[in-house]
Design a protein around this ligand. Structure first.
Ligand SMILES: C[S@@+](CC[C@H](N)C(=O)[O-])C[C@H]1O[C@@H](n2cnc3c(N)ncnc32)[C@H](O)[C@@H]1O
Length: 346
């Protein structure tokens, strides 16, 4: 999302119970576009998203409720859209997965009510969807549209920052649980005890994490996996997953990148200069950083408010599979053309 207009958002009702989208699709619709790495669905993300159960990271920017052209046919209020989307995300996400959400910190209601902060409006939905606030990044934009405001009689500042809320689904991933259950089965079949496993490795209690799916389950690090498999007589069916799980988060970037932006809260990224084909495009650097920060090997990158397809393009550039959902067919066409053109260097 880049700039905001001054058109007031539709009124928000404070305590209304949400979710227009009780119409959940039983299965995924036919894709609008599909190639080896990208799938695009044309439709309402609140209906489609809950069907995407694969390991994933969601990176997205919903409409801001500021009267942009693509908001004019939102069939319900902006609040319902965002809150319904959060519930749909909660249904789609597996334990431990992330949702990076670019939301405004406030929306304009009307002359009477003035501005209203956004996070308190969606907070209850975040909690009831099993999500928790994990982190927040600030996208510091350049005030490239500042000149527009020099003629206004307002003392309000020009918006120069945007918030990226990083939400995380509580719980442990089903894959971790499945691996740990498998280890426990192999242990029982071999008539070996947890104490014997600990003694074999010279640990004290680690075997409990490797074999109990209900209490702090954990997958063995790669360097212990082969030894454990041999000890318990297990086959290699979980090899790829164990490799994926034990990928060290900090190895996703170089030390210089961690220092420069990975561990920094404020990201200075220029906004898109020409929003000529879509009114609110991400600069590619933004989804690109979020993908590198949050995605494990094999995670599919999902953007449920895909717009022009910037997140999908960044994913493609980084060699990741991605899925976009967009309700407006003309933006699906735009993203499809973008994908067919091949990706640009960031
Ligand atoms: C802020 S824009 C996203 C722009 C995108 N990040 C980009 O770089 O192009 C939000 C998009 O969500 C779409 N949208 C609005 N309601 C939707 C819904 N219920 N399901 C899917 N897409 C929706 C709009 O048409 C718009 O293109």
């Amino acid at each position: 999302m880049t700039t905001a207009t001054t058109t007031p958002a539709p009124p928000m009702t404070a305590n209304a119970v949400v979710i227009r989208s009780s119409v959940l699709l039983e299965s995924l619709p036919e894709p609008f576009y599909k190639d080896d790495s990208v799938t695009i669905y044309c439709g309402d993300c609140r209906e489609i998203l809950p069907n995407l159960k694969m390991p994933k990271v969601i990176i997205t920017s919903p409409p801001y409720g500021v009267g942009k052209e693509y908001e004019s046919d939102c069939d319900l209020e902006w609040e319902y859209l965002v809150r319904g989307f959060i519930h749909a995300s909660g249904k789609a996400m597996n334990g431990g997965e992330y949702l990076a959400l670019n939301l405004p910190d406030r929306v304009v209601l009307d002359e009477q009510l003035g501005m209203r902060p956004v996070m308190p409006v969606v907070w209850r939905d975040v909690c009831t969807s099993g999500l928790q606030l994990y982190d927040k990044r600030i996208w510091k934009k350049d005030p490239c549209w500042m000149r527009d405001r020099w003629h206004a009689c307002s003392v309000k500042s020009v918006s120069e920052i945007e918030e990226i809320y990083i939400l995380r689904k509580k719980g442990v991933s089903p894959v971790v649980k499945a691996i740990v259950r498998s280890i426990a089965e192999a242990r029982d079949a071999a008539r070996i005890t947890n104490k014997q496993i600990d003694d074999h490795f010279g640990f004290n209690g680690m075997s409990g994490h490797w074999t109990n799916a209900d209490v702090q389950p954990d997958v063995p690090a790669l360097e212990h996996w082969e030894k454990l498999k041999t000890f318990l007589g297990m086959d290699g069916r979980w090899d790829d997953e164990v490799k994926r799980q034990s990928e060290r988060v900090r190895s996703r970037m170089t030390d210089a990148e961690w220092t420069e932006w990975g561990s920094r809260q404020v990201w200075e990224i220029r906004s898109v200069r020409a929003n000529d084909d879509h009114p609110a495009k991400f600069p590619e650097m933004l989804p690109s950083r979020l993908i590198r920060l949050l995605a494990s090997n094999g995670d599919v990158i999902v953007d449920p408010f895909m717009g022009s397809g910037t997140t999908l393009e960044a994913a493609k550039f980084l060699g990741r599979k991605s899925i976009g959902i967009e309700k407006d067919e003309k933006y699906c066409e735009l993203a499809k053309r973008r994908m067919a053109q091949g990706v640009l260097a960031l």
